[in-house]
Write a protein that binds this ligand. Sequence first.
Ligand SMILES: CC(C)(COP(=O)(O)OP(=O)(O)OC[C@H]1O[C@@H](n2cnc3c(N)ncnc32)[C@H](O)[C@@H]1OP(=O)(O)O)[C@@H](O)C(=O)NCCC(=O)NCCS
Length: 165
Amino acid sequence: MPGLKLSPITQTEHASDVFNLTLRATDYVTLEIGHAPTHDFVDSFFTAAPPGLTTDDLLHFAVMEGPAMAGIVCIARGYEFPNDWWIGLVLLDPAFRGRGIGTATVGLIKEHATAQAVASLKLSVLEANPRAMHFWIQQGFLPHRYALATPDSDGHNRWVLTCDL
Ligand SMILES: CC(C)(COP(=O)(O)OP(=O)(O)OC[C@H]1O[C@@H](n2cnc3c(N)ncnc32)[C@H](O)[C@@H]1OP(=O)(O)O)[C@@H](O)C(=O)NCCC(=O)NCCS
């Protein structure tokens, strides 16, 4: 998609841009955490690393359509295996959904990953988000395992999906 790119972002420089994006995408944030976005949500977007990894293993991008910030992406390198990338979040502003930007974003992630010899992409989808499940299956991801909510978790059942590159 011409004009679409993934621009690296940092918490220091872009926290308020990311917060504004999450406010525009309150629908998804509320589905995931049960309430409207807060600065804590933005903080964990930038700092929450999967088990065994640190913030140095995280990549953060803005999805830019020309000058407009259409969405955000977080990736953890090396989770759950050294040659895997875990997609922590792809979140688009509702005004930019449903016209191919998500598909193009996944294409750019796959290009980046392939250039770095990544073997597979993985992610988890909330069972409560069937449109996203449909989207990821369209992008070539396959169900890998089902992760039931536990008493200590956020209450969501999730599908873990994988896509070999
Ligand atoms: C899921 C998401 C990244 C897809 O990007 P997109 O640009 O809307 O999708 P595309 O236009 O490239 O692809 C279309 C497919 O995406 C899905 N989709 C379209 N609009 C959507 C919306 N408003 N919400 C969720 N999924 C949507 C549908 O499955 C659609 O398939 P269809 O055309 O057969 O109906 C985007 O809609 C989004 O950010 N949704 C909210 C956050 C989210 O659910 N993220 C995924 C977490 S695992």
